[in-house]
Design a protein around this ligand. Structure first.
Ligand code: GH3
Ligand code: MG
Ligand code: MG
Length: 325
């Protein structure tokens, strides 16, 4: 993890207190930003990154406890730590502050070691929460990614296809799906070994990632089979994309231990909305059938799913401008 300095927002209208607290905190290596009112604090919380806030209870324009409560309402600040600065003779201040969501309080006048000890305690909590967030992100990424190719995995593909299909059904927007299968891949493994086969899979995955639009989703469907979801893409445009990626795979062999390993892919494309496609499953089935035809017809080619009229079409390169160039 990068070592960004722990940053503290100090909100107090008393300049002498601000100077003192800043001095103590900066000597211990903390970065401090100051605000003198609730209004200034509200600007500061969104304009600088921060970890912990020290809020005076008595501010000119707002009760510090209420300010803390307001800051906490923002989802982005839920994991930050808030310490109230309260007067010695107002025990109710502490109760109010804690009730409104502050994590701790410091009574004025305070001893430096106590201030630092409470800030350190806050830092421990904030650091722990940061680690949790980071580890959740890592886990989430792992749970949707294929380890070998770094493309999305099958589960994520299914989830995203369902979502994309819903948009298509609701608004009648075009949606295309390409299923791509490496040709005679078993032979690659048999000839060059499994490790070389893995390298080929990684290589084609790279080609897919470099060829898709940002809204497209490229996934490893399983084994040596891949899928690309193309929202807002008609069958004609998807056919052009598929032809482009087919040609790119043919032209860009992987190399493994100084051996160049050429491969080709067969692609089946299906698009919605279409009369017989009522579900994401129908779309996959149609694309799969088209893929099967591509294999049956000799591989290294693109086939487009049959339309309701029963016609099938071969995606030969067309003269029209591609959607991606
Ligand atoms: P076709 O053109 O009909 O698709 O022929 P194919 O040989 O590609 O098809 P088949 O389904 O017979 O073989 C797929 C091969 O893909 C067999 C399997 O060992 C290989 N394979 C699947 N996953 C992996 C993998 O993660 N790494 C490697 N190296 N090979 C894999
Ligand atoms: Mg295959
Ligand atoms: Mg296969």
């Amino acid at each position: 993890m990068t070592a960004t300095p722990f940053t503290i927002l100090l909100v107090d209208d008393d300049a002498a207190i601000r100077r003192l607290v800043r001095l103590v905190l900066e000597r211990s290596g903390y970065v401090v930003h100051e605000a003198t009112s609730g209004a200034e604090a509200h600007v500061l919380v969104t304009s600088v990154p921060w970890d912990l806030a020290i809020l005076d209870r008595r501010l000119p324009d707002i009760d510090g406890a209420v300010l803390g409560h307001e800051i906490r309402q923002d989802e982005a600040f839920r994991t930050r730590y808030i310490i109230m600065l309260t007067g010695e003779d107002e025990p109710q201040d502490k109760v109010d502050g804690l009730n409104l969501g502050a994590d701790d309080y410091i009574t004025k006048p305070f001893q430096h070691p106590e201030l630092l000890a409470r800030v350190r305690a806050g830092k421990r909590i904030v650091d722990l929460q940061k680690e949790l967030v980071a580890s959740n992100r890592r886990l989430e990424h792992l749970s949707i990614t294929d380890g070998l190719t770094k493309l999305y995995n099958h589960r994520y593909f299914q989830d995203e296809l369902s979502k994309a299909f819903e948009t298509t059904s609701r608004y009648g927007r075009p949606l295309s799906l390409a299923l791509l299968d490496l040709d005679l891949f078993k032979k690659v493994n048999d000839t060059h070994g499994h490790a070389a086969g893995d390298e080929v899979l990684k290589n084609v995955a790279q080609l897919f990632m470099g060829s898709i639009r940002s809204a497209d989703i490229a996934a490893r469907y399983g084994g040596e089979e891949f899928a690309v979801i193309m929202p807002e893409t008609t069958a004609a445009d998807a056919a052009m994309f598929a032809e482009k990626i087919r040609a790119r795979v043919e032209e860009s062999p992987a190399s493994f231990n100084d051996t160049v390993i050429p491969v080709t892919i067969s692609i089946g494309v299906a698009s919605a909305p279409a009369a017989r496609i009522k579900s994401p499953r129908d779309l996959v089935e149609k694309a799969d059938k088209a893929l099967y035809r591509a294999k049956h017809n000799g591989r290294n080619q693109v086939q487009i799913a049959e339309t309701a009229a029963g016609r099938s079409s071969h995606a030969a390169a067309t003269s029209a401008a591609g959607r991606r160039d």
